[in-house]
Ligand binder design. Structure first.
Ligand code: 1CP
Length: 350
C-alpha cells in the first residue's frame, strides 16, 4: 500500500497503518468514531452560529475541528470532519443537516428520473475538501488521516426516506419492489462515493472508511444481492488508490463476512458482537472496534477493564484497531476518552 512520496517519514510506520496492514505494532492503535464534534467544548465554541454543512465547506474550520480530538486525546488517527451527505450537497442535492435531527432531503428520491437528476461527482464540486485534506495532512505530520464516505445503502436511506429513519421502510420497499430504480440509485451513489474517496486520497488521506451504518437492517441474502455489489465497487476503487479500507456498519453480526469480502482490509465491528465471534467471520483481515460507547459513563476502572477484554479478544486478528463500537455519544466526558486512549496505548503487547 503506497503513500505519496512527500508523506511524513513516520506515517508509514504509524501504529494505525501497521495494524491495518496486519504488521506488528508498537502499541494497539486507537481512535474514536465521531471523536470530533459535540462532546468537545472547543468544537461547540467554534460552531457557534455556523451551520453543520457550512462548517464542512470551510477548510479552516474543518482543519481545526479535525485536529481538536487529536490534540486533546493523542489518538493514533484523525478522521476528516465532514458528513456522509456532504458529497450529495456538493453535487447539488437540496438537503440540510438539521440540529438534533440529522440529514433532511427536500425532495426524496422515488423514481428513475429522480436518480438521473443527481449529477456525478467530479473534483470541481469539492475544491474545499481537497484544500482541507491537504491542510490537515501538513498539520498532522506522522498521524494518519482517515477519509470517509457513506456506503450506497446508508446514503440511499437518507435520499429515499428524506431523513433519518428506524425501519428504512421506503428504502427497502424500493429495493424489493423497483429493482431497476434501486440499481440505478445504488450505482449513482457508489460512483459518487468512489470519486469522493479518490479526492480525499489524492489530497493526502492515508486510509478510508466506508460507513454502511444502517446495513444491519438487511438480511444476509438481501445484503449480498442488492447492496454488496455496489459497496464492492466503491471499495475496489479505493483499493486502486493504495490505502487501507475500513468497512463499518451497526448491527452487522451476520454480515461481517460479506462486509469483509466486499473489499475491506479492516472490518469495523459494533459493540453488540464480541470480537471473538467477529474475527472468525472476517477471516484474514484486521478488525476495528468495539467497546460499548456507554462504558465511558461507568467508573474509569470498569471502562478500562472492559477495554482490556476488547484488546485481548482483538489479538486473534493479528491486526486490531481499537475503537468504540459506534460513535462517541455527545454527553461523553472528554476526560474519560483521554484516560481510555492512554490505557489502550499503554496496554502491554502480547
Ligand atoms: O469525528 C468526527 O469528526 C465525526 C465526523 C462525522 C462523521 C464520520 C460526522 C459529523 N458525521 C459522520 C458520518 C455520519 N453521518 C454517519 C456514519 C457514522 C455513524 O454511523 O455514526 C451517519 C449515519 C451520518 C448521518 C448523520 N449526520 C446523523 C445520524 C442521523 C440518524 O439517522 O440517526 C446525524 C445526527 C448527522 C449530523 C452530524 N454529522 C456530524 C456531526 C458532528 C453531526 C451533528 C450536527 C451538528 O453538530 O450540528
Amino acid at each position: 500500500m503506497a503513500l505519496p512520496p512527500d508523506a511524513h517519514p513516520g506515517l508509514a510506520d504509524s501504529a494505525f497503518l501497521k495494524a491495518a496492514r496486519r504488521e506488528p505494532v508498537p502499541h494497539t492503535p486507537v481512535w474514536f468514531m465521531r471523536q470530533a464534534g459535540r462532546s468537545l467544548p472547543e468544537y461547540l465554541k467554534l460552531r457557534e452560529g455556523v451551520g453543520m454543512l457550512e462548517s464542512c465547506m470551510r477548510p479552516e474550520l474543518v482543519v481545526e475541528i479535525t485536529l481538536q480530538p487529536v490534540r486533546r486525546y493523542g489518538v493514533d488517527a484523525a478522521i476528516f470532519f465532514s458528513d456522509i451527505v456532504l458529497p450529495l450537497k456538493a453535487v447539488g442535492v437540496d438537503l440540510d443537516i438539521v440540529a438534533g435531527v440529522g440529514p433532511v432531503v427536500a425532495l426524496p428520491v422515488r423514481t428513475l428520473a429522480d436518480v438521473e437528476a443527481i449529477p456525478d461527482l467530479t473534483p470541481d464540486h469539492v475544491p474545499f475538501i481537497s484544500e482541507a485534506v491537504a491542510g490537515l495532512v501538513a498539520e498532522l505530520g506522522p498521524t494518519p488521516l482517515i477519509g470517509f464516505a457513506g456506503a450506497p445503502f446508508t446514503v440511499a436511506s437518507y435520499l429515499v426516506e428524506g431523513g433519518p429513519s428506524k425501519e428504512h421502510a421506503k428504502t427497502k420497499a424500493m429495493m424489493f419492489g423497483a429493482p431497476d430504480v434501486w440499481d440505478a440509485l445504488m450505482r449513482k451513489i457508489a460512483g459518487i462515493a468512489a470519486a469522493y474517496l479518490e479526492v480525499q486520497v489524492a489530497a493526502g488521506a492515508s486510509a478510508v472508511q466506508l460507513f454502511d451504518s444502517w446495513a444491519g437492517a438487511l438480511t444476509p441474502d438481501d445484503y449480498r444481492t442488492a447492496v454488496m455489489p455496489h459497496s464492492t465497487r466503491v471499495l475496489e476503487h479505493a483499493g486502486t488508490l493504495g490505502v487501507p479500507r475500513i468497512h463499518f456498519g451497526v448491527g452487522t453480526s451476520n454480515l461481517l463476512g460479506a462486509m469483509g469480502e466486499a473489499g475491506a482490509d479492516v472490518v469495523g465491528v459494533d459493540w453488540r458482537t464480541p470480537l471473538s465471534t467477529a474475527i472468525p467471520q472476517v477471516g484474514e483481515r484486521a478488525v476495528q472496534g468495539n467497546l460499548d460507547p456507554t462504558l465511558v459513563f461507568a467508573p474509569t476502572e470498569v471502562m478500562t477493564a472492559r477495554a482490556a477484554e476488547v484488546i485481548e479478544a482483538g489479538r486473534a486478528a493479528h491486526g486490531h484497531v481499537f475503537n468504540l463500537g459506534h460513535g462517541v455519544i455527545p454527553s461523553t466526558d472528554p476526560d474519560q476518552l483521554k484516560r481510555l486512549t492512554e490505557f489502550v496505548q499503554g496496554y502491554p503487547l502480547a
